[in-house]
Structures are given as structure tokens and as C-alpha cells.
Design a protein around this ligand. Structure first.
Ligand code: ADP
Length: 527
């Protein structure tokens, strides 16, 4: 039976009630309660006691009277005490619900134990002076002990079944709500349980995989992507007695995608030591992997981006500092300019790093006001052409471009970044276009180049921190992979979007949208 289908505990509670009721009846009682021996006894928890013809509201009164009286023990199994009239009234025992009148009643407490220990105490109420067949005999203690031993054996197995069902309920809850994927197989490696986390991870539903060979469903591979084969599969290794803990692997989803997981496999064995079931815990570590990759990308980018300008500055500075250096003014100026440019590059890198960490901490402050884009775009383009006269920029700005809601300085930074990239990654074709288009809600700014382009795979990641396209050209160009990350954060903080359309070796168009101050009143179309 699957862990997800637990046994109902109701049937077992009914069995306990029948057992307790029969015992009370045999002892001439009319009503009572069996209290399981447990130091942590909690009268609110129905699993710790079984009532017979008593309600939960009567229980505290009865138990309070028990506590005040003499307690039974293994030598004096049965203690009987007259119930005070006031308590009889409080308990409502004078009513006609019982077969015998209980106006004048006594409470008996029977100590229930066996060779393995104490099970609890059976408290029951009976008419005063009533006497069961177990108390008639000369040797009351022996007869009663025999009865208690039988009762204890029935109760012990009923309590054990209850404990097992509770245990199964706990396991089912862990199985159902675990964040980790869990699957179990039989000894032929066929899936018999597949929890919801596993369904979420793999895209398979439990009904689709039950009975299937687990290896075929997950198609496990090692970290390098090579198939591990049945012998190398984690559950079979656990069956063979090997330890499989936190092993990093790759498994496949229903639609064939692969992702990184960390698996732990274990084996449940029969008394003879043969494997009966295998359990596989599967943790998705895609995020951890990405973070790991990001950290190593960060370290390599930063070390490269810091080392290069520092080496250039140091090289020029030590040349200039040499006592025998004789440089004409032109050579001197070119070296000092190089030092200044490298210092600027360092400064920009440090600035971008601080910017990125501010974005991460959620500290991006905006001063959003109505803004006319054309003068802003023209200003940024003018500055670019002053710096790089060889670059030609075509402007395509519609007349009466609607005003947008934006922070002037931030949007200038976005545009400048996109234009700098367009120049940087278009080594041969230095003609760019900046165009704007309008929708009902937004103005869209497009920056197009005919440069190196970006592969589809890289397009998915270039807005992430420290991601640089994996082509030789990017590697030989200075950059820390922070510009587009910052652009995206700025645009999204305005409620806009940023995206790229690009073809490798042909060029790219980066676009971002900003909300209009006044939305267009478009005619409503009724279908
Ligand atoms: P950086 O330019 O400092 O590396 P960015 O975040 O600005 O960082 O860009 C991330 C990556 O996106 C770049 O490394 C580059 O590979 C790619 N990229 C950005 N703009 C362009 C472009 N116009 N053409 C081709 N590739 C680009």
C-alpha cells in the first residue's frame, strides 16, 4: 500500500471502545474510562484514553476524584470508593441513560498490567455494592489477575495497532509535504510511491509512473552527463550495500529536460537481509549550481577586470618613475591618458559593483517625474558621438512622442549602457539606430546595431549578474557583465520591461519600455 493512503484510525478506536466496554460490563460497571499509562497524558487528546458511555465533559470531574483517592497498583489491583452524592449529581449519573440506577454509585479503579509493564488504569462506575464474578472467589487477587492479563493482552495489541497507524500517518505527512522528492521502489526496482515534490520536479504524475521501472523514468546521469547504467544507479547500489548519500547527478523530466539533483538512496531489508524496498530522496540543486557558477564567474570577471587596468597603470607609472626615462611631451601625454582611462575603467567597475549590491539589497531610489524622451536621447547620442566620432547613429523618433514617467538620470544610464554595448560589440560595423515606438500604455525605445549578435542560449542569461556571452569576442572585450543587469533593475523599477532580439553575427536590438503619463484612449473592441 502506498504511503499516501493511510489506514483510518476510526476502526481501531471502535475496537478499543468495544474492548473497554466489554471489560467494564464483565466487571458490573455501567460506564468508565481506560486511561493509557503515559507520563505526558493529555485529557484533551482522545488517543490517550478510551471512554465508555461517558462524555469528554464528564472526564475531568471523574479524573479529579481519582487523583484525590487511593491508587491501585500491582499488589492491590482493584480500588473501590463510594462516589460522593455531590459528584454523582455533577456527573449527571442519576439519569435514566444507564441500565442500573447510579444515584448511589461507586468508582472502581483497576490496575491493568502484564509482564511487559503497565498499560494503564481502567476506572469504571457501578451501583454501590455490585460485585463481579472475578471478585466472588476466595482468591480474588488471582482471579482478577487472570482477567487483567487477558485484558492487557487485548489492549496491548490494540494500542500497538493504533501506534502503527499513527506512525504511518506521520510518515505519510512527511512523504506528502516534503520539499524533497521521494520515490520508493519494490525489490524489482518498480516505483510504488512517488510524492508530490517528485511530481513537481519531474513533471510525471504518480499514476503515470506507478509500476514503472524507476531507472527508465529518471534516466540518471553523472555530473558530466554520462548515463550511469543500471549498475551505477543509486538504488541498485544501495541494494548492493553501498552508501549513496548526497550524490550529485543529473535526472530527466517528463519532457526530456535535464536538471541537477543531489540524491540519497537507502534500502529496506527483510529479516533475512534481502532488499525489499528502495527509497530515493531527490533534492533539486539547480539554484545552488547557478549560484556556484555565478560566484565563480564573479571571481574570474572581477579578477580579470581589476588586474588588467591595475597592470596597465602600474606599467606606465613605473616607466614614468624611472630616473633615466626621457619622454617627449607627446609620449608622456599618451601614457598619462592611458593611466587616466584605466583609472576611469576601475572607477566604473567599482561604481557598477556598488550599484549591483544596492539593487540586491533593494535600495534603488527613484525620482520618477513626467519626462520627454527625445531631448534625453539626443543628449546621450551627442555625447557618444563626441567621444567616438567614427560611430554613426541614426535617430528615428516619431513626432509628438508621448511623455513617460521616469527618472531622468537612471534612464540616461540605461540608454548610455545600451549604446556603449552596441559600439563595444560591433567592432566593424559602427552604425547604430535609436528608434522609439508607441503603444497604448508605453513608449518603447530600441537600440539596434549590426554587430556580433548574441546566441539564443546567451540571450536567456545576459540580463543576469556577471553573465558575459561565451564567445571569443566578448572575452577579449573589457566588461564585468553588470551593465545589462543594472539596466534591467532600473527599467523594472519603472514598471517597464527590457528585452533583446538578436541574430548571431548579424546584430542585436535591445528594447525597453516605459509607462506613458497618459494612457491612450483606444477604441474598445467587442468580440
Ligand atoms: P559587459 O558588457 O560589461 O560584459 P553587460 O551586462 O553590459 O556587461 O552585457 C552582458 C553581455 O551581453 C556582454 O558581455 C555581451 O556578451 C552581451 N552583449 C551586451 N550587449 C551586446 C550587444 N549589443 N551585442 C552583442 N552582445 C552584447
Amino acid at each position: 500500500m502506498s504511503w499516501s493512503h493511510t489506514l483510518p484510525t476510526g476502526d481501531l478506536h471502535d475496537q478499543m471502545t468495544i474492548l473497554i466496554g466489554s471489560a467494564i460490563r464483565l466487571l458490573c460497571g455501567e460506564a468508565g474510562v481506560f486511561v493509557v499509562s503515559n507520563e505526558a497524558f493529555d485529557p484533551q487528546s482522545s488517543s490517550e484514553y478510551t471512554l465508555y458511555r461517558l462524555s469528554t465533559s464528564q472526564l475531568p470531574l471523574l479524573l479529579a476524584s481519582v487523583q484525590e483517592g487511593v491508587q491501585p497498583n500491582s499488589r492491590h489491583l482493584l480500588v473501590t470508593e463510594t462516589l460522593p452524592a455531590a459528584l454523582v449529581r455533577q456527573l449527571g449519573l442519576g439519569c435514566d441513560d444507564y441500565s442500573e440506577r447510579l444515584d448511589d454509585a461507586e468508582r472502581c479503579s483497576l490496575f491493568v498490567h502484564d509482564h511487559a509493564g503497565v498499560l494503564g488504569v481502567l476506572h469504571y462506575i457501578r451501583p454501590r455494592g455490585a460485585c463481579s464474578c472475578f471478585e466472588h472467589s476466595e482468591e480474588v487477587q488471582d482471579t482478577l489477575q487472570l482477567f487483567v492479563t487477558h485484558l492487557a493482552s487485548g489492549l496491548r495489541s490494540a494500542l500497538r495497532s493504533l501506534a502503527l497507524v499513527k506512525e504511518q500517518g506521520r510518515l505519510a505527512a512527511i512523504f506528502e509535504h516534503s520539499m524533497e522528492g521521494i520515490l520508493t521502489v519494490d525489490n524489482a526496482l518498480r516505483i510504488i510511491d512517488f510524492n508530490p515534490a517528485m511530481e513537481l520536479l519531474t513533471g510525471w504524475s504518480e499514476s503515470e509512473v506507478l509500476g514503472r521501472f524507476y531507472y527508465e523514468v529518471l534516466r540518471p546521469r553523472d555530473r558530466q552527463g554520462n548515463e550511469v547504467g543500471l549498475q551505477g544507479s543509486p538504488i541498485l547500489q544501495a541494494f548492493a550495500g553501498q552508501t549513496v548519500v548526497n550524490r550529485e547527478m543529473i535526472i530527466s523530466t517528463r519532457d526530456g529536460q535535464r536538471f541537477d539533483v543531489c540524491v540519497t538512496a537507502s534500502c529496506v531489508r527483510s529479516a533475512r537481509g534481502e532488499p525489499m524496498n528502495g527509497i530515493l530522496n531527490v533534492r533539486d540543486i539547480t539554484r545552488e549550481r547557478e549560484e556556484e557558477e555565478q560566484r565563480s564567474r564573479f571571481i574570474s570577471v572581477i579578477s580579470h577586470e581589476l588586474q588588467t587596468p591595475i597592470a596597465i597603470i602600474k606599467g606606465y607609472a613605473s616607466t614614468l618613475a624611472r630616473s633615466d626615462a626621457v619622454l617627449d611631451p607627446e609620449a608622456l601625454r599618451s601614457r598619462l591618458t592611458a593611466v587616466e582611462e584605466e583609472a576611469d575603467r576601475l572607477n566604473k567597475l567599482v561604481g557598477n559593483l556598488l550599484y549591483a549590491s544596492r539593487i540586491q539589497a533593494g535600495g534603488l531610489q527613484m525620482e520618477i517625474v513626467p519626462l520627454d524622451l527625445p531631448p534625453l536621447i539626443e543628449g546621450v547620442v551627442r555625447r557618444l558621438q563626441a567621444k567616438s566620432p567614427e560611430v554613426s547613429v541614426t535617430l528615428d523618433l516619431p513626432a509628438n512622442l508621448p511623455t513617460v514617467m521616469a527618472d531622468r538620470d537612471r534612464i540616461e544610464e540605461v540608454l548610455q549602457n545600451l549604446l556603449d554595448n552596441a559600439v563595444k560589440y560591433s567592432p566593424r560595423q559602427r552604425s547604430l539606430t535609436v528608434a522609439c515606438s508607441v503603444t497604448g500604455d508605453e513608449v518603447i525605445v530600441n537600440v539596434s546595431d549590426s554587430g556580433m549578435g548574441i546566441s539564443l542560449r546567451d540571450q536567456e542569461h545576459i540580463f543576469n549578474r556577471f553573465h558575459r556571452a561565451s564567445n571569443g569576442m566578448t572575452q577579449s572585450t573589457a566588461g564585468a557583465g553588470l551593465g545589462l543587469y543594472i539596466c534591467r533593475a532600473i527599467v523594472e523599477a519603472h514598471g517597464g520591461h527590457i528585452w533583446v532580439e538578436s541574430t548571431l553575427h548579424e546584430g542585436s536590438t535591445f528594447s525597453f519600455s516605459l509607462p506613458r503619463v497618459e494612457k491612450a484612449h483606444l477604441p474598445m473592441v467587442v468580440f
